[in-house]
Design a protein around this ligand. Sequence first.
Ligand code: CS2
Ligand code: MG
Length: 402
Amino acid sequence: MKIAAVKVIVTCPGRNFVTLKITTDQGVHGIGDATLNGRELAVVSYLQDHVADCLVGRDAGAIEDIWQYLYRGCYWRRGPVTMAAIGAVDTALWDIKAKAAGMPLYELLGGRSRRGVMVYGHASGRDIEETSDEVARYIELGYRAIRAQSGVPGMDSTYGVSADRMYYEPADAALPTENVWSTEKYLDHVPKLFDRLRERFGFGHHLLHDVHHRLTPMEAARLGISLEDYRLFWMEDPTPVENQEAFRLIRKHTVTPLAVGEIFNTVWDCKDLLSEQLIDYIRTTVTHAGGITHLRRIADLAAMYQIRTGCHGATDLSPVCMGAALHFDTWAPNFGIQEYMLHTEPTDEVFPHDYRFSEGELHAGESPGHGVDIDERLAAKYPYRKAYLPVNRLRDGTMWNW
Ligand code: CS2
Ligand code: MG
């Protein structure tokens, strides 16, 4: 079965998504997510201008060879644009292979390791009480794991909190919004949030928190210590990870579990974190780290060190990524948890899918492939709209990490 056509589809049903569609000479098609939030058109061009022609005529079943061809063959390895493009090709090819085999994708990966995939939802509010009420709502909906973020007194905005709490969407403006950040206020506030949540809900649910790269390693260690009594499932991205060794310092001080990796592109970004067992969960997902083929290598390395997966699942990852990730999660022996943010209704209409939520778990569907498709006619009704993530500055104007 040969690759006959490669098409890039951009749509904005509430937010931008880039989808790659590969069709074979036998009429089977597969799709992959290539969305890179705030830099979408760079991947569009990469795929259209530099990948599509190289794929036409190749054996659609040669997934590994095509992966190596695109990775080694471009000479310029790694990086978010390259790896998102490779990830989309890889996901579409796995979709095609599974459809041709008449099997749900998880069967091709090695079969089912669990009945369902535990997910966590996002509870947030302008203050602790609002967040606490949101946690109550998620518990009511059946979630067993909930990420909690709250506005910080004295700060106009912080990561993870917005007016539309069910559908938090950080890429909110045609030019980056400027936020102001205070580490002192934040560090003072977060333990109070979890103190209140454990007091109100006890210890029967998993609670998670995303620091979103904002602390220094020593500050992260301090936060980890101050959260230990509340037994978080994880503290996410406590500090930036360009320097993987920074995690040695955090690890030395706290037993709060750590999750990292939503912005990683390859196994090289986390090799030391994994092999030195400096984290507990690896957050990389299908879209940004070279597809199923490469994510599997990362998960296998992680498994050697008892590190589990916790795939990124924010709204900027399309339902195509979610579908593929759920098949991956259903197979991965060292699966930990899956992030799940609801997509808006128009998004779900553009991307019909067969995964289903029930009792705190998502379930990959049984249809052949990864179970997600794109309605191209509907997609065409939502043209691309420029949207950027915010930036962060300290109170004196210094640029900080968002
Ligand atoms: C995140 C994301 O879901 C998460 O944990 O940190 O919301 C992240 O900010 C976005 O995916 C950026 O595009
Ligand atoms: Mg995060």
